[in-house]
Design a protein around this ligand. Structure first.
Ligand code: FES
Ligand SMILES: [Fe+2]
Length: 433
């Protein structure tokens, strides 16, 4: 439970808020490279941390992210002509390059030097394996990109979808790993799981005991339950500042996948998934690439078909049958099941009214880390050290079997390291879930 003030502090992300200022210290995933498929293609509306921006790929292939409202009289640059290395507002023809410089002003007399005095807000962008990152922070020279492993393998891909709901309650869905055994697998029977796999242990015992470990990048947490004789099944997961997570499905040491729950504004979130495309990877499940009729082009850019307006497609007859992966909810697929829960909380969940139990330990710890970091920035100007240390993000998630009597932190130290190959591990131990 948080106080009303804490809930405000931790959820609001506008430019004049403590959490908004904290997030702006980090590189932020803004859009997919595939949304700007070629030079001089159509610009894209991007809502990020409560700012309305226009992304465009110029003639040279460089991505720009500039203010929506033209600096002249405020028309949207979305309607602009993307041509000859700049985006030209179609109202009076002012043209801006990817750095925000005004490079043409055809409605002013030729002798005017007015254009040298006008600049659009423009944020630097870099692309890495299908993801466009931007830096909206105060430093003249941005920090290095964080080493988010799912975005750094030679075959890495990125996907994204948008949904209604504050970013933190969606991130907390990643931290609340215990829900998988109910929301996603509540109708799955243990008799149907291959013996000796993580799937068997997860379904045999739908609760777990949580242990926390603070890291430079955020929080590592482990949840354990009984496995074979003298053994425990541990599910290890990661939270990384400010909005990244890696969840436990898969095998620790083999699994590489991260999710970013990026605030569009206080009540809408874009989720990015970055993962090496590996056909045998049991957890390489990406959100679908869907386009559906758009009601508000700022919010619904990559919205899924199953969403609040159709109750996430809930089918009560499937729910009554109570078998198979959709049987507990009657909602098809993990993405929609999660979305139904996090969107239905309301635009921002009221954390003064919740009742957190022992399996919510990771949520509680991550909130503390975020509140502490936001307050430290306000009070002393200090930022989390991981901003300047890309290697601080080298942490993996996944499942592992350990003897009952070992220290999980020591026993998983090597397997939790990113960017290490483990040919000795067998992905089949995961089972089908
Ligand atoms: S409003 Fe854009 S050029 Fe005038
Ligand atoms: Fe989930």
């Amino acid at each position: 439970m948080l106080s009303r003030e804490e809930n405000e502090l931790i959820t609001r992300v506008g430019p004049d808020t403590p959490m908004g200022r904290l997030m702006r210290q980090f590189w932020i995933p803004a859009l997919l490279s595939s949304e700007l498929p070629e030079p001089d293609c159509a610009p894209v509306r991007v809502l990020l941390l409560c700012e309305r921006l226009i992304a465009f790929r110029d003639t040279t292939g460089k991505v720009g992210l500039i203010q929506n409202h033209c600096p002249h009289r405020g028309a949207s640059l979305f309607f602009g002509r993307n041509e000859e290395a700049g985006l030209r507002c179609v109202y009076h023809g002012w043209k801006f390059d990817t750095d925000g410089n005004c490079i043409d002003m055809p409605n002013e007399p030729a002798e005017s030097d007015f254009k040298s005095k006008v600049r659009a807000v423009a944020y630097p962008c870099v692309e890495r394996n299908g993801l466009v990152w931007t830096y909206m922070g105060p430093r003249p020279t941005p920090p290095p990109l964080p080493d988010i492993e799912g975005n750094m393998q030679p075959n890495s891909v990125a996907n994204a979808f948008t949904q209604v709901g504050n970013w933190l309650q969606i991130l907390e869905g990643d931290l609340d790993t215990i829900h998988a055994g109910l929301l996603h697998y509540g109708s799955i029977r243990v008799e149907d799981q291959p013996l000796g796999t993580f799937s068997e242990y997860q379904i045999r015992d739908r609760t777990a005991r949580f242990e926390m470990l603070d890291t430079d990048a955020g929080v590592t947490y482990g949840a354990y339950r009984p496995a074979g004789p003298g053994e425990r099944y541990w599910r290890i997961a990661q939270y990384y500042f400010p909005f990244w997570a890696s969840t436990p499905p898969g095998v620790l040491g083999l699994k590489v996948m991260q999710h970013a729950r990026v605030p569009m504004d206080d009540e809408h979130t874009i989720s990015f998934t970055v993962v090496p495309r590996r056909p045998s990877h049991p957890a390489a499940q990406l959100p679908p690439d869907t386009a559906r009729p758009v009601r508000d082009p700022w919010f619904d850019r990559l919205a899924n078909d199953l969403c609040a307006v159709n109750d996430f497609g809930i089918d009560r007859s499937v729910q009554r049958q109570n078998t198979g992966p959709d049987g507990f909810t009657g909602i098809h697929g993990i993405i929609a099941q999660d979305g139904a829960m996090t969107t239905s909380m309301g635009p921002t969940v009221d954390r003064t009214r919740e009742h957190l139990g022992s399996t919510d330990a990771a949520i509680i710890r991550v909130r503390r880390r975020l509140l502490t970091a936001a307050r430290a920035l306000e009070e002393t100007g200090s930022v989390p050290a991981c901003i300047d240390n890309p290697a601080a993000f080298h942490h993996r998630a996944g499942g592992v079997l350990l003897p009952e009597d070992v220290d999980w932190i020591e026993a998983t130290r090597e397997l939790r390291k990113g960017f290490v190959d483990h040919p000795e591990l067998d992905p089949a131990i995961n089972g089908p879930l």
